[in-house]
Design a protein around this ligand. Structure first.
Ligand SMILES: C[S@@+](CC[C@H](N)C(=O)[O-])C[C@H]1O[C@@H](n2cnc3c(N)ncnc32)[C@H](O)[C@@H]1O
Length: 487
């Protein structure tokens, strides 16, 4: 009864009054109250002084024979045998207004001896009945010794009712009308690893996963076009903007460009895809700058970096037992040309008193290094996120020697753990070249020098604060919600 002064029902009905104790408490907050009891007494007679109360002496069944009002709130507390309580409930429910509430007393007695006709009867059976009704919400509270159940109609909130009446006003929330397709070859190449594409599926429950259904890129677009002919057309498509041709169907398309191609058929294809998209999304300004010249003026463009989980990647006190003290970290993944592995070897040779830690996705092993370097280097291959976090937290600086990188998520993970970075002017490092908080830019001529500089000034860097402002999953999600809402 505590919230009645807020809810203020217009029509309140109480079945079973005894001496009217609860009806008297409710009286100030109701516009019109009906109290029903088969037994007359002085206290109930006295309640008649309240103009907004009507006391009816009758069996509850008989009361409903002549009662034609609609009810906003009812309290069922008369005969506590299941059949009577059920009959009272049905009589009230038939007359319940939209947004109405029914409260039943004696539905959860605290001990078996209360299940007796003179106490709670077998009203507890009402709970099973109510919980089996698909059109009802019901919650039972273990209040005092008798227990109490509150019942409302399903899909009967104020918002839901407004939505029913004014669907057009709420159309932006009716996602089922605006479902999308996620089109790419796969969600991840490394089983078990969560990627940005997984995030999209989580953030947009109306997005249907159309990945993993193609043998290769060459048939992907045709397959999607065929599916669009035979299925309910989605409102939008989110697609990888690089590796497969334009999808030639009249559907709004968001193309994500996170690979730089400088020439050839793939570049021609990318340009065609971009110029036939509703929105082109770049993961950094660095990538956008390279494509700006190819994009028609009428195409909408958004720079939206992929996010990193800053709740997971953070400074932790634990370290990895196999990482050497004060190691310099290279998250280069492989020894292929763009990763700048040659530059790393140069740095290892030059900084001959420093330890190094290499995280690789390929099979590179310590035996591939000169024997003289092996005591200062540790190599980790194909490790999981927990180990990556442990290793980052064991190192003192991260080095990114990549010649070309569109964003560099692994560097952001280091920054999230508050490890400063020395990097070439690519990806996020290009975008943040004027911010000195994350670390510093280097080139082939001065990597070792810059690493030493950063280590000497280690305390002034605040990479986590710097990157959390731009590269958290939350910010990425906000950007994507914005993209989808403006389609
Ligand atoms: C537990 S008392 C009600 C207490 C009251 N609701 C309160 O909270 O102050 C139950 C009352 O229901 C009445 N009653 C029992 N069976 C009834 C029926 N079939 N029709 C009308 N009143 C009934 C009894 O006379 C008794 O006064």
């Amino acid at each position: 009864m505590q919230y009645l002064h807020i809810y203020k029902p217009k029509v309140y009905v109480e079945l079973g009054l005894y001496v009217g104790e609860s009806l008297e408490k409710v009286q100030p907050f109701v516009e019109k109250g009906f109290g029903v009891d088969m037994n007359i007494n002085l206290q109930l007679e006295n309640l008649k002084k309240h103009k907004n109360l009507e006391i009816v002496y009758s069996k509850t069944d008989d009361f409903f024979a002549n009662f034609n009002n609609q009810i906003d709130m009812a309290f069922i507390d008369a005969d506590h045998c299941y059949e009577s309580a059920l009959c009272d409930f049905k009589n009230v429910y038939k007359r319940l207004n939209a947004g109405g509430i029914i409260i039943l007393h004696d539905t959860d007695p605290e001990s078996d001896n209360l299940i007796h006709p003179t106490y709670c009867g077998d009203s507890y059976k009402m709970v099973t009945y109510l919980e089996n009704q698909t059109d009802l919400n019901c919650t039972t509270f273990p209040l005092y010794n008798a227990g109490l159940t509150i019942v409302t109609k399903k899909n009967d909130t104020r918002t839901f009712r407004r939505m029913q009446n004014n669907a057009h006003l709420f159309s932006c929330y009716r996602k089922q009308d605006k479902f999308g397709w996620l089109v790419n070859d796969c969600l991840t190449c490394i089983p078990g690893v969560n990627t940005f594409w997984h995030n999209l599926l989580e953030w947009f429950p109306e997005l249907i996963d159309k990945t993993n259904t193609y043998t290769d890129y060459s048939v992907l677009s045709t397959s999607i076009e065929n599916q669009l002919l035979t299925n309910n057309k989605p409102y939008y498509i989110i697609r990888n903007g690089t590796y497969f041709p334009r999808i030639q169907t009249d559907v709004k398309q968001v193309s994500l460009i996170q690979d730089i191609v400088t020439s050839g058929n793939l570049l021609t294809q990318q340009i065609d895809v971009m110029n036939n998209s509703t929105i082109v999304v770049f993961n950094t300004n660095y990538v956008y700058a390279k494509y700006k010249q190819y994009i028609n003026e009428n195409i909408r463009v958004k720079v939206c970096p992929l996010g990193v989980d800053f709740d997971f990647f953070k400074p932790i006190p634990d370290t990895h037992p196999n990482v050497l003290p004060n190691s310099i970290l290279f998250m280069g993944a492989s020894t292929n040309y763009p990763k700048g592995f040659n530059v790393l070897l140069d740095i290892i040779n030059k900084m001959n008193n420093s330890n190094f830690c290499l995280i690789m996705k390929d099979d590179f092993s310590i035996e591939n290094l000169e024997p003289t370097l092996r005591n200062r280097v540790r190599v980790f291959n194909k490790i999981n996120c927990e180990t990556i976090r442990l290793i980052i937290n064991s190192c003192i600086v991260c080095v990114c020697t990549l010649y070309e990188e569109t964003q560099h998520i692994s560097g952001i993970e280091c920054a999230a753990c508050n490890i400063p970075i020395v990097a070439r002017e690519v990806g996020v490092y290009f975008d943040n070249r004027d911010d000195t908080r994350w670390g510093c830019i280097a080139d082939d001529s001065n990597f070792a020098e810059k690493i030493n500089y950063v280590l000497e000034h280690r305390n002034v860097y605040e990479p986590r604060n710097c990157f959390i402002e731009k590269y958290s999953n939350e910010i990425c999600k906000t950007n994507w919600v914005d993209i989808i809402n403006t389609l």
